[in-house]
Design a protein around this ligand. Structure first.
Ligand code: PMP
Length: 426
């Protein structure tokens, strides 16, 4: 037994499944997880002294690579002054100003501690502001684990075969209506059947929790038009896409306006942070200004704000990060397609900006139904083969690969070399 396996055995005695978040248990790929000791740049290192090119990137936030000096130094500086005050700080004003400057169509920001909390609070705001109770989400999209979003959810809720969850009261889920991603008609039908009752349509502008599925041309624009017609708010859940597709996120990348935008981990630079943002008129309905209650002891934590501010400032000062990561992801996707063609492996590679994923199916993947057609057994074998060759991928089919600014041309070459061997042998 190696050290990671020993640690996993010990972990299983005190943590359910040995982990603090399900996908980390590697169940979908039928292996013991690697225990990580440290990470630098594009690499993570495990308890057995092995190193891997990391395409999980802490599930997105490490857009500059692990342990980036600009972020680390900001944290080290902040820690000297204390860890939490439960009172306002200047950094909160600075990061909110920067977000308002960089993200289209938002005027105010409320910081929270996770993506789950950001979405949960955004939905409460939408319901409070419209006086309506119903919500529309998309099958296979994941918006965190709040009760009303654990309905036909993606990510590890999907890999575990439990698209919904025990413990969610029928009452909490009954107002969540489910439409099909990239199918405007499915949304229109729900809006018509529930006329005047839908508070919001929430969408991942690029679905990244069913594997990666980009929006079909006109889909996001169509959602905007349908929401306007029916008086529903459009929520972009940008926990994955925010500050990643572009500085202004999916609104900038696709040129479509959302009413409320949620952010997560990426604005914390690796610290636990989330936020929801909207116009002044909407945000001033939140306590203490308005009647929509939401609060948090650790919200706007000074150390987390220091990390997030350093990361966002760096991104603003280095816009070449975006051409770099998007270009790398495109070359990776093209390289994988070329290998698939050469080896006769039925693989589809979806890539939008710096997120991508392979699907083990010969057919195009544009919907959740298409995504479910992927051979997850093949994905598991692909994952294991890549891990053995020093490439750390998402340990489940229905997740994304993330590229960071730290990934180099040599990392790309090594990744494709490994993929050539693994796909050739599948
Ligand atoms: N929304 C989306 C689109 C996500 O991908 C995630 C998690 N990756 C969440 C919300 C929940 O974020 P968290 O895990 O920080 O609660």
């Amino acid at each position: 037994m190696d050290r990671s396996e020993q640690l996993f055995e010990a972990a299983k005695r005190v943590l359910p499944g040995g982990v603090n978040s399900p996908v980390r248990a590697f169940r979908a790929v039928g292996m013991a997880p690697r225990f990580i000791t440290r990470a630098d740049g594009a690499y993570i290192h495990d308890a057995d002294g092995r190193s891997y090119i990391d395409y999980v990137c802490s599930w997105g936030p490490m857009i500059l690579g692990h342990n980036h000096p600009a972020v680390r130094e900001a944290v080290e500086e902040a820690v000297k002054d204390g860890l939490s005050f439960g009172a306002p700080t200047e950094r909160e004003v600075e990061i909110a100003r920067l977000m308002v400057e960089l993200v289209p169509n938002i005027e105010m920001v409320r910081m929270v501690n996770s993506g789950t909390e950001a979405v949960m609070s955004a939905l409460r705001l939408a319901r409070g502001a419209t006086g309506r109770e119903k919500l529309i989400k998309f099958e296979g999209c994941y918006h965190g684990h709040s009760d009303c979003m654990l309905v036909n959810a993606g990510s590890s809720a999907l890999a575990g075969g439990h698209p919904s969850s025990a413990g969610v009261p029928v009452g909490a889920a009954k107002d969540t209506l489910t439409a099909q991603f990239n199918d405007l008609q499915s949304v229109e039908v729900l809006l018509n059947e529930n006329a005047g009752e839908v508070a919001a349509v929430i969408v991942e502008p690029v679905a990244a929790n069913m594997g990666v599925v980009g929006p079909a041309p006109g889909f996001l624009e169509g959602l905007r038009a349908l929401c306007d017609k029916h008086g529903a708010l459009l929520i972009f859940d940008e926990v994955i896409t925010g500050f990643r597709l572009a500085l202004g996120g999916a609104q900038e990348f696709f040129g479509v306006r959302a009413d409320i935008v949620t952010f997560g981990k990426i604005i914390g630079g690796g610290m636990p942070v989330g936020a929801y943002c909207a116009s002044r008129a909407l945000m001033e309905q939140v306590a203490p200004c308005g009647s929509v209650y939401q609060a948090g002891t650790l919200s706007g934590n000074p150390v987390a704000m220091a990390a997030g501010l350093a990361q966002l400032r760096y991104l603003k000062a280095h816009p070449e990060v975006y051409s770099g990561i998007n270009g790398y992801a495109a070359r990776l996707a093209d390289g994988l397609r070329e290998i698939a063609a050469r080896t006769g492996t039925g693989v589809r590679i979806n890539q939008v900006g710096s997120v991508l994923s392979p699907f083990f199916t010969p057919d195009d993947v544009n919907t959740f139904t298409d995504a479910k057609g992927s051979d997850v057994g093949k994905y598991a074998r692909y994952f294991a083969g890549m891990l053995e060759r020093g490439v750390y991928l998402a340990p489940a089919q229905f997740e994304a690969m993330f590229v960071s600014a730290a990934h180099s041309g040599e990392d790309l070459r090594r990744t494709l070399e490994a993929a050539g061997e693994v796909l050739g042998a599948l």
